[in-house]
Design a protein around this ligand. Structure first.
Ligand SMILES: *Cc1c(COP(=O)(O)O)cnc(C)c1O
Length: 453
């Protein structure tokens, strides 16, 4: 087709509407890139996004390496044996970082994120529980999983998809996550495991994994069920080892059988990569593992997906290699400094009170003082959005539905300078809200419920 005719066609389309429901008869050629780029300007600015846990900045070298490896399929271990080898090295490094007994080779795999890794961890728990029950000649039709009501939605999914009863411990008073005593109370012989979170998406707090493990030890020693722990360390798996090395939350606790973490959160890789690790080969039932061709031989895989990009795994290896222990400690340390300073400055603004202070995950939640009645955290969130800042507001689950908060997630790329700009905007908006002489209209339930992660 002559290029003048193609430009005319494109002009027609653009002056009308871009195709939405049908593939255009004639393609847009290179112009498609511009048209899409323009449309995407409507997205929020990822650097001002204080809502997400997911990496929004990587060094330019890493982005280039990802582009250069975008054509590699992670599952083609025979064709891309070196990508598979990099995956193994990452698993071994994480096994080491999380104190897997026995050293390399560690038992684990990459996934698309913590959600897939949680499914795999949960499945292994379910399979092992079923083996135990069958061996004891007991029924296997009523499995349950014990966890705090603050779990990420992936655990609700796990339970629904794999037919497991979720046993959720509600929040109570100032306890915003799972407590050891409360977890033990819900365990019985049908409990496939307890999920402990490091840390909670609601407020950035670490759950007391060691206390939970100790309480479960006591339960088993007293003749009760012997219940394993899976740690959902989606965020904390790449924070605690660098900033809280003495905190025992990982395979140092014998009761911890498996751990998941998101490479694309504090692992510092663009989405989607996650990791699932088991404490040893015995913790991962053999019949969940399939064999794929690998250099003419066989390689074990455990995954819900088949094809997926290899570039995220390459990028994870790059980040581990490029930053090293010291680099990760520095990056995460700065994030936590920024988070704790921001939190303490926000506490001084007046109407706010901190729910958490950013000293565990570099994440904190804050609420409005009870005497503030003319506006809510939802109004504050909207006002901040006018300045480009994305700060979610949401209501806590049972039994603290009375508590609504704003949450800030500090990640690599959020500097002290940016924190100052944010503080300035928050102070300005709060001052203007404080001058209201009457109550703003209440937001709909839908708007208040919109945020779910
Ligand atoms: C983010 C998160 C998940 C889900 O992780 P993805 O990597 O986005 O799939 C699960 N659990 C917790 C605690 C999380 O923070």
């Amino acid at each position: 087709m002559a290029s003048t005719e193609s430009s005319r066609l494109i002009l027609d389309e653009v002056l009308g509407r871009l195709p939405r429901d049908e593939i255009p008869t004639e393609g847009f050629g290179d112009a498609a890139s511009d048209l899409i780029t323009n449309e995407l300007l409507l997205d929020g600015n990822s650097r001002l996004n204080l809502a997400t846990f997911v990496t929004t900045w990587m060094p330019p070298d890493a982005a280039a390496l990802m582009a250069a490896t975008a054509d590699k399929n992670m599952i083609d271990k025979d064709e891309y044996p070196q990508t598979a080898e990099l995956e193994n090295r990452c698993v071994n490094m994480l096994g080491n970082l999380w104190h897997a007994p026995g050293g390399a080779p560690a038992t684990g795999c990459s996934t698309t994120g913590s959600s897939e890794a949680a499914m795999l961890g949960g499945l292994a728990l379910k399979w092992r529980w079923r083996e135990r029950m069958r061996a004891a000649g007991k029924p296997t039709d009523r499995p349950n999983l014990v966890m705090g009501i603050n779990v990420q939605v992936c655990w609700d999914k796990f339970c629904r998809y794999w037919d497991v009863e979720p046993r959720l411990v509600p929040m109570e008073g100032e306890r915003f996550h799972l407590g050891a005593e409360e977890a033990v109370k819900l365990c019985d012989e049908n409990t496939i495991g307890v999920v402990a979170i490091l840390g909670s998406t609601f407020d950035g707090s670490y759950e007391p994994v060691k206390e939970i493990a100790d309480a479960l030890d006591k339960l088993a020693a007293g003749g009760g069920p012997d219940v394993p722990i899976h740690v959902d360390a989606a965020s904390g798996g790449f924070i605690a080892p660098f900033l809280d090395p003495k905190l025992e939350w990982d395979f140092r606790l014998p009761r911890v059988q498996s751990i998941n973490s998101s490479g694309h959160k504090y692992g510092l890789v663009y989405p989607g990569v996650g990791w699932a690790l088991w404490r040893d080969r015995d913790a991962l039932p053999r019949d969940l593992v399939f064999e794929v061709n690998y250099l003419g031989g066989k390689m074990p895989t455990f995954a819900l997906n088949f094809s997926r990009p290899g570039s995220q795994v390459v990028a994870q290896y790059f980040m581990l290699l490029s930053l090293g222990m010291h680099g990760y400690r520095t990056v995460q340390g700065v994030a936590r400094d920024v988070a704790t300073r921001l939190a303490s400055e926000i506490a001084k603004i007046g109407p706010y009170r901190l729910v958490t202070d950013g000293s565990q995950l570099p994440v904190f939640a804050f609420a409005l003082a009870p005497d503030v009645s003319n506006y809510t955290v939802f109004d504050v969130s909207l006002r901040l959005r006018e300045r480009g800042w994305l700060v979610p507001a949401y209501t806590f689950p049972a039994n603290r539905e009375d508590l609504s908060v704003l949450r800030v997630v500090v990640r690599a790329g959020m500097t002290h300078d940016m924190a100052d700009l944010f503080l300035r905007d928050l102070r300005d908006q709060t001052k203007s809200l404080e001058q209201l002489t009457e109550r703003l209209p209440q937001r709909s339930e839908e708007e208040r419920e919109a945020f779910r992660h």
